[in-house]
Design a protein around this ligand. Structure first.
Ligand SMILES: NC(=O)c1ccc[n+]([C@@H]2O[C@H](COP(=O)([O-])OP(=O)(O)OC[C@H]3O[C@@H](n4cnc5c(N)ncnc54)[C@H](OP(=O)(O)O)[C@@H]3O)[C@@H](O)[C@H]2O)c1
Length: 280
C-alpha cells in the first residue's frame, strides 16, 4: 500500500535521503524544510509523489499549517519522521542558557510540536509510524556534547513513553540511533559551537574542535543506506523500538549496555536494601 511520509529537515542530509528513498519505494512524501526552495532544490519540483512545504520546527503555527497542508494534499500521514536537528558542541560550563534553549527548541520541542500536530491525524485512522531520529548520543553521553546528548536522551524517554500511550491506537514509535553519518551534520553550516570560553578548557577545546573538523567528510555511515533501511522498517508489521545506524553505533550501544549491567550487578544488594522498614 502506498504510504504518505511527512519528513522534517528534508532540505539536506539524512532528511533528503529519507525522502528520496520513500519516493523510490513508490510512496508519497511531504518534504519539509526551513526554506521551501531548499527542499525543492534538493528533491525537485512537486509531483504526484512529492509535496514541498516550508517548516521551521521552532514555529508552532507553521507546524500546524504544514500538517494541515499535508492532509489536504495527500489525505493523511502514515509515517512521520522527526529528523530536523543540529549538534551544539561545547563543554557544559562554557554553555549559556541561550545555547540550551536554542538546542532544545529545535531538537526536542520541535519534535513535540510536530508530534502534537500529527497525532490527531494518525489517531483518527488508528494507524501510523513515528520515526524519531535520535543519535548514539541519545544512548551515551560524550565530552563536548552535553547539550546535544541531553536533547537526544530526552527524546528517547519521550519516545519510549509515547510508544506505550499510542499503541492502543495502532501507532508505533521507532527511535533511530545513528552513529557518524556523512551528511552536513559536522559542517560549519549545521554544527554550532558555544562562544563563551573559560581558559581552563582551552587546550581540550582546541583538541576536540580539531577532532570534529577532522571527522567531517570521513564518517563511515552512508545516509542513503540508512534511509533505505528506514523504508524497510516502515513496511514491517512490528517495527522495532530502537534501530541503530552503523557499526559504530552498534558497538557503542553494546558497550554501554554491558557497562550498565555490570554496574547494576555490582551495586544490586545496596540498591535492593533501600526498600522496606518505612515508618507507618
Ligand atoms: N549525521 C550524523 O552523523 C548524525 C548522527 C546522529 C544523529 N543525527 C541526527 O540526524 C538528524 C539529521 O541530521 P543530518 O545528519 O542530516 O544533518 P544535516 O545534514 O546538517 O541536516 C540537518 C537538517 O535539519 C534541518 N533543520 C535544522 N534546524 C531546523 C529547524 N529549526 N526547523 C526545520 N529544520 C531544521 C536542516 O535544515 P536547513 O537546511 O534549513 O538548515 C537540515 O535539513 C538530526 O536530528 C541529527 O541530530 C545525525
Amino acid at each position: 500500500m502506498q504510504k504518505t511520509w511527512f519528513i522534517t529537515g528534508a532540505s539536506r542530509g539524512l532528511g533528503t535521503h529519507i525522502a528520496q528513498a520513500a519516493i523510490r519505494a513508490g510512496d508519497r512524501v511531504v518534504a519539509t524544510g526551513r526554506k521551501r526552495e531548499s527542499v525543492t532544490a534538493a528533491l525537485g519540483p512537486d509531483s504526484d509523489q512529492l509535496f514541498a512545504v516550508a517548516l521551521d520546527v521552532t514555529d508552532a503555527a507553521q507546524v500546524q499549517a504544514s500538517i494541515d497542508a499535508a492532509v489536504s494534499r495527500f489525505g493523511g500521514i502514515d509515517v512521520l519522521v522527526n529528523n530536523a536537528g543540529y549538534g551544539h558542541l561545547g563543554f557544559f560550563e562554557e554553555n549559556t542558557m541561550e545555547d540550551v534553549e536554542t538546542q532544545f527548541d529545535t531538537n526536542l520541542y520541535g519534535v513535540f510540536r510536530v508530534t502534537w500536530a500529527a497525532l490527531p491525524v494518525m489517531r483518527a485512522v488508528r494507524k501510523g509510524l513515528i520515526f524519531n531520529v535520535s543519535s548514539v548520543g541519545g544512548l551515551r553521553g560524550s565530552e563536548f556534547g552535553s547539550l546535544y546528548c541531553a536533547t537526544k536522551f530526552a527524546m528517547e524517554g519521550f519516545s519510549e513513553s509515547l510508544a506505550v500511550e499510542v499503541k492502543p491506537f495502532g501507532i508505533s514509535v521507532t527511535i533511530v540511533e545513528p552513529g557518524p553519518f556523512r551528511t552536513d551534520f559536522l559542517t560549519p553550516e549545521s554544527l554550532r559551537v558555544g562562544v563563551k570560553t573559560i581558559a581552563d578548557y582551552d587546550e581540550r577545546r582546541a583538541m576536540l574542535r580539531a577532532s570534529f573538523e577532522q571527522r567531517n567528510g570521513s564518517q563511515p555511515g552512508n545516509p542513503q543506506k540508512l534511509a533505505d533501511a528506514m523504508v524497510v522498517l516502515a513496511n514491517e508489521a512490528e517495527p522495532p523500538m530502537r534501530f541503530l545506524g552503523g557499526q559504530f553505533a552498534v558497538d557503542a550501544a553494546s558497550a554501554k549496555l554491558r557497562a550498565m549491567q555490570a554496574e547494576f550487578d555490582r551495586w544490586r544488594d545496596l540498591a535492593i536494601g533501600t526498600d522496606g522498614d518505612n515508618p507507618a
